[in-house]
Design a protein around this ligand. Structure first.
Ligand code: ATP
Ligand code: MG
Length: 448
């Protein structure tokens, strides 16, 4: 653990955090804890973002109240987690997380609410490479700040006097736009390799620079990212790529070796031809623009943008061997995702959506289609159309299909030279009634 430093306390009049920017439920929770004699801080990313006048994604509350005490204070509280209990406060439209201050090592004072440490059940456990496997010890506010990942993520906002508390160099780094781990980067990235992705994420989303020695360490350790669990890495992928900074994040991942460690086949494919990186970054840039316009891309659209160019190229190669494109695309996709899932587990539902988005491209390219409304009602239509647009842009192509669909959706279908688009079902062929043959009358009845 790091040695204690005198924290820097910035009084209300010297910082920009206004309570108007803090969600009402969060404020009420902070006040209730404070009114009952507990320390109550906002901590982590929300303080960072409030100081930068950005809207925080979520608010984290930290307190010296133990989980049992929090439960007694809030009727809407549910405790979760077996080893380290966190309090979830359930409001009509959101759940707030309240955690008790934690430390990296055993606290000086024994705590009464968590199980006593013993050899079989230690509360702080690392594997033989230094990765933290378990870490659940109550601590002081300062210890809680020092166990966080980066200096800019360790700032606290104290509801008692509305001051900001900086236990490290968070404020200076925030001002200078620097991502700096708390402590030795080698140790901190080894303890939890996901911190490397978090460093890339904050650098990309905040236009910050990763401190040079930290960047070097990150590049050196990038291959260890695959030690994190596949489920956690999937969650991190979404945070990295769905929130408006996919393009710069991909660039940093490529340069650092993180991309090669997570998606070796994709990195190999990119390395073979410099134009491919261009296609990929243009795709991701389109997703970032979509986010700036107010819609976060779906995971399926992101994976289509990310893997689509590679998968389509491979499917086309298979198709040239005479196998139908639909079949090759499915096989290529299945094989590629199975390989990826060893490091990043993409849920089956998202994989299916991705396959449908790619499969629909052939349908969308044929304009005018027979029954556009039927196509537009398919569940993956919106994502498939978004992919059609971005594939067109990244390839520098200008096929008529994206414009045709835009016009169709705006209610003014374009006429195309061949035939006007029609949404009518094809005219039913009239079934010819079979003429009943009159049974041939026996000759004697005809002639009587
Ligand atoms: P975002 O804006 O994406 O929510 P954030 O910094 O708030 O960014 P969270 O995942 O919400 O990220 O985590 C909240 C806080 O918890 C962080 O700011 C940081 O202080 C701490 N934290 C999260 N993950 C780690 C980690 N792997 N190691 C150390 N501290 C972490
Ligand atoms: Mg957060």
């Amino acid at each position: 653990m790091l040695p204690a430093m005198q924290p820097l306390i910035i009084p209300r009049k010297e910082h920009r955090i206004s309570r108007k920017k803090i969600n009402r439920n969060v404020l009420r929770t902070l006040y209730r804890l404070h009114d009952n004699g507990f320390i109550a801080y906002l901590i982590g990313g929300c303080v960072r973002d409030l100081l930068l006048e950005r809207t925080p994604k979520d608010f984290d509350i930290a307190t010296d109240a133990r989980p049992g005490q929090i439960k007694r204070l809030f009727r809407n509280c549910r405790l979760i987690g077996r080893r380290f209990r966190l309090a979830h406060l359930h409001f009509a439209d959101e759940i707030l997380e309240v955690s008790t201050f934690r430390a990296d090592a055993l606290p000086e004072e024994p705590d009464t609410e968590s199980p006593a440490p013993n050899n079989h059940n230690p509360r702080h456990l690392k594997d033989d490479t230094g990765m933290v496997l378990r870490d659940n010890v109550f601590g002081t506010p300062e210890q809680d700040a020092l166990r966080r990942d980066f200096t800019i993520n360790a700032l606290a906002y104290n509801i008692a006097d509305f001051s900001v508390i900086d236990y490290t160099t968070g404020l200076a780094d925030l001002r200078d736009g620097i991502i700096r781990p708390i402590g030795d980067p080698y140790v901190r990235f080894t303890e939890d390799p996901v911190r490397m992705l978090r460093a890339v994420r904050f650098a990309a989303s905040h236009h910050f620079v990763i401190e040079p020695a930290t960047w070097e360490t990150l590049c050196e350790l990038s291959s260890t990212i695959s030690r994190a669990t596949p489920g956690r890495l999937y969650e991190e992928m979404l945070k990295l790529f769905l929130f408006g900074a996919a393009r710069p994040a991909c660039g940093l991942m490529y340069e650092s070796g993180l991309l090669a460690a997570l998606f070796p086949e994709l990195a190999k494919w990119l390395g073979e031809n410099p134009d491919r990186l261009n296609i990929l970054t243009t795709n991701l840039g389109c997703l970032d623009q979509q986010y700036q316009r107010g819609t976060s891309p779906s995971p399926a659209l992101f994976f289509a943008a990310f893997f689509g160019p590679l998968l389509e190229e491979r499917a086309l190669a298979g198709h040239r061997d005479g196998i139908p494109i639909r079949l090759t695309q499915d096989a290529v996709c299945r094989e590629f995702i199975a390989e990826c899932s060893k490091t990043v587990s993409i849920p089956g539902k998202v994989v299916n959506q991705l396959r449908n988005v790619l499969a629909m491209q052939h349908v969308l390219h044929k304009v005018p289609p027979r029954r556009p409304s039927v196509i537009a009602r398919r569940p993956e239509f919106t994502d498939a159309l978004a992919y059609l647009h971005l594939a067109d842009e990244s390839k520098g192509a200008s096929s008529s299909a994206p414009a045709w669909w835009n016009a169709f959706l705006s209610g003014k279908p374009l006429s195309v030279p061949t035939e006007t688009p029609t949404d009518k079902a094809p005219a039913k062929r009239r079934r010819r009634r079979k003429r009943r043959r009159r049974p041939a009358a026996p000759a004697d009845t005809i002639h009587g």
